[in-house]
Ligand binder design. Structure first.
Ligand code: FCB
Length: 538
């Protein structure tokens, strides 16, 4: 049996490591799902009034224009130009050229009929030299224009302050997220955003997926700055057992300081809300053995709660302290007060479910081509993860070899988060599907599987909400085919396709489905609006 020993919530990028192997060659997808309910015809009216439906993107993945109008280099701009870092040598230099096509893209967003658009601000486009330099007026103008054009079309901007693209100068100056100096740089960036955009933005996310960035950049070495050490990989620099913890610590404190600033100086007059977004896979025990059940809980703690416990409770999960002891950084008592309760909502980026297997009290030999070392180490919580049980895959394969379609995972994850965080408001800030790359697509625009995926995941989300979860919105990843980090352009998540030569955008059938799903029919409105609560959140 193949065990992938990454206890990771982050299977996307493992494609890079695993793509020599095709797990589908030896195992099968059982087909169907235990819960026929997942096939129920989900309707917009199953969600409360005020629930935000949207689409999500991020700056580096779509903007291009890497050195235009005063923008500085991001770490991704530099990283993608090093040989072998990205599939096919793809780069985000042009990406979808959103910088020049943004008006057309806003029209496309508008035509979907969404309530909100989640996008991120490129840090080096606003502050090319970090806090030591000037604010780039052209960058401010660009995002002002996006925000204004969304608002006149009745679309709410849902803004992520930092989504991956760090100014390269901050790595060069003091080592990026490894240095506490970055906390003030981030606060300066966040303050610049609140000052310039906060009069019109009601939803702020400080940092996207600090857990995935810590792991990929500082443990596996597949995101900039490419740090790692054996057995996770052979990088020229890094310590995979400790650096991810340091990077996360600085991201959490940066988040907490920015959130405090927002709440004290901007929230009272601007009236928005602020949260954090985490990459959140669901984990199920590989067997009924108690040890695997505990391993599944540890997997959740070492991935999801690592990022969420501090901004809710003020400290790391006790499960992590137990295994990592003094390796896990400590918050001072002041820092605990600062970070505790520093979010109004939490955002979940959910793409899949994996089985978890204990490596603390059972043997956890790692063999086979889909096996990544490290499940037997404290930093991974002594858990390995796998997509396969008794020769069957956990769900239907997608474009990424260890991401599978497991709609029940959405309900399970939301339940877990609801219970652990006392029903804090949740947004599903990303959920999306990319088709298997090898699949013969008769017509790339007829993406029935993406439609089925969203229907099933929305039905699962609706069940979690019927069980009492306070979920406020759902964003599809993503508007159009984009630069998918180390996977380049080979993986397609878009509701709209983008021709790589002409950059022409064409809606797929999923875009049409989303538009129809979102269209409020007069009858469904009359029948449901009165009974449905409307959020007083904002
Ligand atoms: C998430 C990232 C997002 C996108 C999706 C597919 O982890 O937040 O930028 O690439 O994966």
């Amino acid at each position: 049996m193949k065990i992938t020993t990454i206890l990771s919530s982050s299977c996307f990028w493992l494609f890079v490591l695993l793509n020599s192997a095709n797990p589908c060659a030896t195992v099968f997808y059982k087909g169907g799902n235990e819960k026929t309910e997942e096939l129920e015809d989900v309707k917009r009216s199953h969600f409360p009034g005020g629930f935000l439906f949207g689409v999500a993107t991020s700056s580096y993945q779509i903007e291009g224009a890497i050195l235009e109008d005063g923008k500085g280099l991001s770490d991704w701009d530099v990283f993608v130009h090093k040989n072998g870092n990205v599939e096919n040598g793809d780069t985000g230099d042009i990406a979808t050229d959103h910088y020049h096509h943004y008006m057309e893209d806003i029209e496309m967003i508008h035509s979907l009929g969404v309530d909100a658009y989640r996008f991120s601000i490129s840090w080096p486009r606003i502050l090319p030299n970090g806090k030591l330099g000037d604010v780039n007026a052209a960058g401010i103008m660009f995002y002002n224009s996006i925000i204004d054009n969304l608002l006149v079309r009745g679309i709410r901007p849902f803004v992520t302050i930092h989504h991956g693209d760090l100014p390269q100068v901050l790595h060069d100056r003091y080592g990026g997220w490894l240095s506490p100096l970055i906390q003030d740089d981030f606060v300066h960036f966040a303050e610049t955003c609140f000052k310039n955009f906060g009069d019109r933005v009601r939803y702020w996310v400080t940092i996207n997926e600090a857990n995935l960035v810590s792991e990929f950049a500082y443990e596996m070495g597949i995101f900039p700055p490419g740090h790692c050490s054996p057995p996770f990989g052979n990088c020229s620099k890094g310590n995979s057992d400790t650096e991810p913890l340091t990077a996360m610590h600085n991201m959490l404190l940066a988040h907490a300081k920015a959130s405090k600033l927002y709440r004290e100086q901007f929230q009272p007059k601007q009236g928005g809300v602020i949260g954090i977004v985490v990459n959140a896979f669901m984990y199920e025990p590989l067997t009924d053995d108690e040890r695997d059940k505990e391993a599944a809980n540890r997997a959740l703690a070492f991935n999801v709660a690592w990022n969420l416990d501090p901004p809710v409770f003020g400290d790391y999960p006790p499960e992590m302290r137990r295994y990592l002891r003094n390796e896990l950084p400590k918050f001072t008592s002041e820092e605990r007060l600062l970070i505790r309760d520093s979010i109004d909502f939490l955002g979940l980026n959910h793409y899949g479910t994996l089985y978890a297997k204990d490596c603390a009290r059972s043997s956890c030999a790692c063999s086979g081509s889909a096996c990544v070392a490290g499940g037997d180490r404290a930093i991974r919580g002594f858990v390995s993860t796998t997509e396969e049980r008794d020769g069957f895959l956990i769900g239907e394969p997608t474009g990424l070899p260890i991401c599978y379609v497991v709609p029940r995972g959405m309900e399970e994850l939301v339940d877990y988060v609801k219970n652990r965080y006392h029903n804090k408001p949740i947004f599903i800030t990303e959920n999306g599907y990319s088709p298997p790359q090898q699949e013969d697509q008769l017509d790339d625009l007829l993406d029935d599987k993406r439609i089925e995926y969203h229907k099933a995941y929305l039905a699962s989300l609706a069940r979690a909400m019927r069980n009492g979860a306070d979920v406020r919105g759902y964003f599809i990843w993503t508007l159009m085919d984009d630069f998918e980090w180390t996977l380049g352009y080979g993986v397609k998540f878009g509701l709209c396709s983008v021709d790589r030569t002409t950059l022409n955008r064409t809606p797929r059938s999923s875009a049409e489905w989303y538009r129809n799903f979102l269209r409020k029919s007069p009858s469904s409105n009359n029948n449901n609006t009165e009974r449905r609560p409307t959020f007083s959140f904002i």
